[in-house]
Each structure stands twice: as C-alpha cells, then as structure tokens.
Design a protein around this ligand. Structure first.
Ligand code: ZN
Length: 322
C-alpha cells in the first residue's frame, strides 16, 4: 500500500485519482500496512498489461512495443457500457502489472472491480488524464462527461503521454522506448487527424449529418464539423424510446438525410425501425454501413487497430453521405 501512495501519476489528475483510490481502499480495508510480496524493482520478461477496450489495448501495445504483452478484455462487437468482467477477466486483471481503462463511466459495470484492483496494483483511467476543458459535458448526460473520446483523434493523442508514463512507472528501465514509441504514434495520429479533416470536407456542408444507433460520436462531430444524432443516448444502458425515434425520423425527413449507420457493438433494431418509419412517410434513407463505435474490428484486420478503425469509419461515412 505504501508503494502506491508514493506512485506519481503521469499527470496531476491521475495522481489525484490514485490518491483517492488509495484513500478509499485504505478506508475499506481498514489497514495501512505494506502488502506482502510487493513487486521488486527487478523484473524479467515482458510486462503484463490489461486494457478494457480494444482502442486502449491497441494504443498501449504500440507504446509498449516488445516490452509488454497487452490484452484487451473487450473484443469485437462488445459493448463497454454493458460489459461485466467474467471470472477469467478478473483472473487476468489480478495478474496484471498495469491495468488501463477508459474511465468517465464508459465501463459502467466494472467500477467496483476496478476500485478493488486499484488497492493492489496501478490502475489508470486514460481518458481521465485529458484536460477537463476538452471534455464534452452534454446536458442530457446530467453532469457527467461524454466518455467517447477516441472519436476525436486529436483528443486521443492526449492519452499517449499518460500511457507511456504509466508503463514507465512499472518498468522504468524502458522509459526511453516508451517515450519514443509514444512520440512516433503521436505523429502518426496527428497525420490521421488531418486526414479525417480533409476527408470530411468531401461531404457537402448540408449533408454532414451523422445518424447512428447511440450517441457515441459527439467528439467526432465537434472536432470534424459533423452534426451528430444518436437514436439512443450516450450510454446504451437506456433503451431508445418512442420520442427518440420520432425525433430522429422527423429530422431525416426534414433534412433529407441520405444515410444512417449501424454500429458493430449495438443491436441494429433501433436503426432498422427508424429506416422503416421513414419509409412509411414515403421517403428512403439508406443504411450507409457499419461503424466501429465502442469496439474495434477483428484482430488481424485493418479495423482491428485504432487507426484502421478510424479510417474505416470515416471512409464509410464519407462514401454514404457525399
Ligand atoms: Zn458508447
């Protein structure tokens, strides 16, 4: 426990988060003594890093390079809002040298597990390292920040330094590699961010409306100048109601929206119901394709990486709307 109190987070906010976790854990456990078997500074073999989402896992793997084996718990098609840790996950998490999660309530059903784990090992919420003034606080999400930060590539860049520093904390011997890998990835992602800007410019201004299954694309819309409409809210925990459907159908008809999009991690039924309701009003709206919103594509495919997922989504959106 004492080691953890002295752990200096990659940023002030992480350090604050960490101290809170330690305080909380100390309070719950009712003990302040050092844990037996605390990790020694010498280590052999690669680190074990466990991430919740694929986006975090892919990013951490790029920064860690050969020095870590990174596992992401949530594979293709998995909805992080609803995800509960399995027994196997808990085993993996308790054996990890470092745990990375999104935070901002994305992993809504893993909160307790993560708090417990944080008593024993470094647990870092990567999105909670982003400066608060860059986070969206949508009125309908009642005082909470929108967790879907990876859709603004320039914002996701903000997580690279903290991930590198978290790796360095557990493995200081490879600090230079982590910093260099993070820097290289930063350059790649800044170029990707510009590519998205250029690609979206191919859609005529009046056609830049993105209708999706749930409200995941707020940061995307804000960064790249696209009006975003989700049939469900920010979290998929709340089902879409009749009013939500009618609001979206009206908008599609009034604004002559050409296409709407399904998401790989959300059931298609709400999107298909909207499409059918539009048809009843003698209008056609296409399903423009499937977007990887809260989960990446299959491992080994282009969409199974963070940059590839971004490119897939943007290509799909631009081809359907331009
Ligand atoms: Zn979501």
């Amino acid at each position: 426990m004492r080691n953890q109190i002295q752990w200096k987070g990659p940023s002030g906010r992480v350090a604050v988060f960490w101290s809170l976790v330690v305080l909380l854990a100390g309070g719950l456990a009712g003990c302040g003594g050092a844990e037996p078997g605390a990790e020694s500074s010498e280590r052999s073999g690669p680190l074990s890093v466990v991430a919740t989402t694929g986006m975090i896992g892919d990013t951490a793997a790029r920064i860690a390079g050969e020095h870590a084996e990174v596992t992401a718990l949530m594979g293709p098609g998995i909805d992080p809002h609803l995800y509960k840790a399995s027994e196997g996950d808990v085993r993996r998490l308790t054996q990890a040298d470092l745990i990375l999660y999104n935070g901002l309530h994305l992993e809504g059903k893993m909160g307790d597990v993560l708090v417990k784990l944080a008593r024993q090992r470094p647990v870092v919420a990567v999105s909670e390292t982003i400066p608060e003034d860059r986070l969206r606080e949508p009125p309908e999400f009642l005082g909470q920040y929108d967790p879907h930060v990876w859709f603004d590539v320039s914002l996701w860049v903000e997580t690279l330094g903290p991930i590198a520093e978290a790796l360095t904390e557990v493995d200081p011997a490879h600090a230079e590699d982590y910093a260099a890998n993070a820097q290289a990835l930063r350059q790649e992602l800044l170029a990707l961010d510009q590519w998205v800007v250029d690609r979206i410019a191919e859609i005529p201004q009046e056609g830049r409306i993105l209708v999706t299954a749930h409200d995941a694309f707020g940061y995307f819309g804000q960064r790249y100048g696209v009006e975003v409409v989700g049939i469900q809210g920010i979290s998929t925990l709340a089902e879409a109601g009749l009013q939500d459907m009618e609001r979206v159908v009206d908008l599609i008809v009034d604004r002559e929206v050409k296409a709407l999009f399904v998401e790989s991690s959300v059931p298609r039924r709400a999107v298909e119901a909207v499409q059918a309701a539009v048809r009843e009003r003698d209008r056609e709206v296409a399903i423009g394709g499937e977007l990887f919103s809260d989960a990446m594509g299959a491992a080994g495919t282009e969409e199974g990486t963070y940059p590839g997922m971004v490119r897939h989504n943007v290509d799909t959106i631009v081809e359907a709307l331009k």
